[in-house]
Design a protein around this ligand. Sequence first.
Ligand code: ATP
Ligand code: MG
Length: 355
Amino acid sequence: KGRLINLPSIAVIPGDGIGPEVVNEGLKIFNYFNNEYNLNFKFEEFNLGAKRYLKNGELIPESILKKLETFDAIYLGAVGDPQVPAGILEHGILLKLRFHFDQYVNLRPIKLLNNRFSPLKNKGVEEINFTVVRENTEGLYAGIGGFLKKGTADEVAIQEMVSTRKGVERIIRYAFEYANKTNGKVTLCDKSNVLTYSHNLWLRVFEEVKTEYPNIKTDHYYVDAITMKMVRNPELFDVIVTCNMFGDIITDLGAELQGGMGLAASANINPDTVSMFEPIHGSAPDIAGKGIANPIAAILAVSMMLEYFHRDDLSEKIENAIKIIIEENKLTPDMGGKLTTQEVGDEILKVLKRG
Ligand code: ATP
Ligand code: MG
């Protein structure tokens, strides 16, 4: 997993709204490790987002896209701005990068760092620690379909669910490789009892790939059943592999279980091209510029990046430091604290320096 790299280079896209504010804190932590452990990561910033678009209509100029191809990863804040019609920046930047680099894995760790922010806090749930591996390029989100007799009483709208053997196999294989690292279990989440073509392929490919990993345990849940289990027995799961739409839905459920958007990071991965790491929240224009954005999700995105580059040790240090500041309530207002974005970053840094 991950390319073997001597001098990893990270393209930083701070983006819009609170994006630059939280990315700044993420880079503060990254720079500390870079110096402390001689990591030799190189960073270069790219200004993409609302400002550029409003100035000259540019989303990602071809020259920047070409330049980004030479990096190992992208660290993204958020894009989105009330002055730009919804969807333009998301399609023109986020989805553009995702498709250009064929980032077929959406990786979403669901980890309970402190159960005080989880809706399950009074339910006796102690441990939530699993990762959703969501297929990111096809399925029901492939954009294929159309209307028949549009606008009439007999109108029919068709949205096709496209699953290719290559697409299904590579995501399932990624899930097994990921589980292999931690001796985890792989759970297939589908609806093969009803989606008898598309998810029948998933089921067959899962069975095939499984035989190559005889040491890895597996199980299988239909998506409706898994939502119940995620709430009732989240400790059952290690790695859940699922299609694009189901992944979309269960990762939001997971984000709430772990304590909300302020604590959720994700990665869009293609181990052979350029992968992108980001907090799941958006640009939050309502709080931009006030210095109160919660930087934890962006810092967890840095933790995911370090894990991707095989520094699980440093990734764990970040998580532990975050656990400590949550315990001490050194947090921004959205999590009930009184600190600013920068102060939270500083507190995490302080814990890291204490070692
Ligand atoms: P976008 O259009 O880019 O998705 P958004 O306004 O929808 O931006 P979201 O990230 O979806 O922003 O967040 C919804 C709301 O949650 C925000 O308006 C903000 O009040 C709050 N929020 C989101 N992220 C954070 C954060 N990191 N810290 C504090 N509050 C946040
Ligand atoms: Mg939003």
